[in-house]
Every structure is written in structure tokens, then in C-alpha cells.
Design a protein around this ligand. Sequence first.
Ligand SMILES: Cc1cc2nc3c(=O)[nH]c(=O)nc-3n(C[C@H](O)[C@H](O)[C@H](O)COP(=O)(O)OP(=O)(O)OC[C@H]3O[C@@H](n4cnc5c(N)ncnc54)[C@H](O)[C@@H]3O)c2cc1C
Length: 268
Amino acid sequence: MKSAPFTLSTPVNLEEALASFREGGMYYKLIAGSQSLGPMLNLRLSQPDNLISLRNLPDLREVTDVGDSIFIGAAITHAEIEDKKILDPSRGLMASVAANIAYRAVRNFGTIGGSLAHADPASDWVNLMQLLDAKFLIVGPNGKREVTSNDFMQAAFTTCLKEDEILLGVKIRKLSGQAKFAYFKFCRKVGEFAEAIGGVVIDPELGIKRAIIGATAGTPFLIKNIDAVISGQTNAMNEALIEAGCNDDYEYQMHKTALERALTQATL
Ligand SMILES: Cc1cc2nc3c(=O)[nH]c(=O)nc-3n(C[C@H](O)[C@H](O)[C@H](O)COP(=O)(O)OP(=O)(O)OC[C@H]3O[C@@H](n4cnc5c(N)ncnc54)[C@H](O)[C@@H]3O)c2cc1C
């Protein structure tokens, strides 16, 4: 099947991209690496009149050191992160996660911003950004705004982005040399989306202790009773898994094991 007909806008800066939304009477869709939207167009699940390409926008290709954090532009590809071509706030964690997204052809085109905006609960960046407590920078007709990872993704395939807004990128705090972390992903074969994700980051110097249960039916679940879970209290882990929505036995066991493995790796 081929996509329904559409026109393509190729703005060269943010102003032009935002202006594209103002041409009334059309259904617009932004396109970055096309790795998720492309199949949806071909299956006619999405039938925009006009695609606005984000590939040539310099603001979305920026990576900057902003003091205690690094800003990573939305159009940075998975491959650029895997190849360590950009500043890394995560001491190698992002590169290792990127290396296990799909396969190289997808990673060459797919972008961090596209993954986050698409908001698949099994997406690696969706889960890692919650683990790293990233801030999301968004631009729209009324200027820029910043939201937390808690507020960005609202449900499966649903974010706080409005139709005329663009995700500029994410700001991620730099982990210290004392940080310990792990990200464990279960998938049936390399290149597939995760069936279960467990992630842990502990950074005593920055006072960070976070763990997530990911690839559930909804948003990544940030564990609240973190000290009890890190210290191995079975009840606390069970409660977190139930609260995260892991109700049937298979799902429960997959997510429990993913979390346990991440905890073991991070606390070795
Ligand atoms: C075979 C295959 C296997 C995959 N496996 C994995 C995997 O294991 N893990 C994983 O995490 N992902 C996986 N993916 C998804 C892949 O990571 C995609 O690259 C990603 O989901 C979308 O990024 P994109 O740049 O291609 O976005 P696009 O497909 O171009 O866009 C996706 C959506 O985001 C919107 N969008 C894009 N950029 C912006 C922006 N800056 N602001 C606002 N909205 C925007 C678009 O309008 C669209 O709705 C896989 C994909 C394929 C095809």
C-alpha cells in the first residue's frame, strides 16, 4: 500500500517551520526521520495534506553544554548518539541504549525527538528520558516552554505537544563520576521494541536515585518507594509492579526480571 497524496514543506529555519502551520485548512504533520511516521503513512493510518520536514532546521541539530546539563536537539539521530558524536551527559548510558534501538538503517534516520513525540511506551528514549529526569523544550506560536518528563508523555502515543508545536530537544543533567546506572531491555530478537524495560540510576553526588518500569501499556512508571526497592524489599517491588500495571503473570515476570537485572547491574 502507498501513502495518500501529500505535499512536502522543507523549511530551513524555525520561523519558516512555524509559519507553515499558519496556512489554513490543511491537516499538517511534522516529519523527522520518518521511521515511525513512514509506515503509518504507507498504511494510511495517517493521511496529512502536508508534511513539514524538520531535517534542515539548525536549532533541532544543536547540542550544547548548558552548565549542569546538556541540551540535545530533537533532530539528532540514534546513530549519532550511538557513535558518541555528541556531548554525553550520561557517561555512556545513552550510547549503549542507542546501540540497541532497532538496527543500523533505522538508527541512521530515526531521531531522538521523533521517538519522544511518537511516544510509544516501548520506545527506548521515552523510558530513558524519564529515568534521567529530562526537561523537554517545546516551541510554538506563543514562544518556548519547558516541561518535565512526567508532564511530556501523558499516555501511550499521547504527549502534551499541541498541533502547532515542535519539540526542540531535551535538556539532561550531567551525571557525576560517582553515578551508577543500568538499563535492561527484554526483546525477542535484536532490533525489536522492548517487551519489558527496567532502568536504575543512582548518583550520590547529585542526590539522584531513580528507577523505572518501562514498556508497559502506558507512560514509563517512576518508582516512588525507591529506597525500599533498591534495598531489595520484595513487597515494595511487588507494589511498584502492580501500580505500574503489570497485572498478568507473564507481564509481571518480564518486568520484574528486567527491573531486578537493572538493579543488580547498577548496584554491583
Ligand atoms: C523496524 C523498526 C524497529 C524499531 N525498533 C525500535 C526500538 O527497539 N526502540 C525504539 O525506541 N524505537 C524503535 N523504532 C522506532 C524508531 O526509533 C523511530 O526512529 C522513532 O520512533 C521515530 O523517530 P523519527 O525521527 O523516525 O520520527 P518520525 O517517524 O519522522 O515521526 C514520528 C512522530 O513524531 C512527530 N515528530 C517528529 N519530530 C518531531 C518534533 N521535533 N517535534 C514534534 N513532533 C515531532 C511526527 O509528526 C510523528 O508523529 C523502530 C522502528 C522501526 C521501523
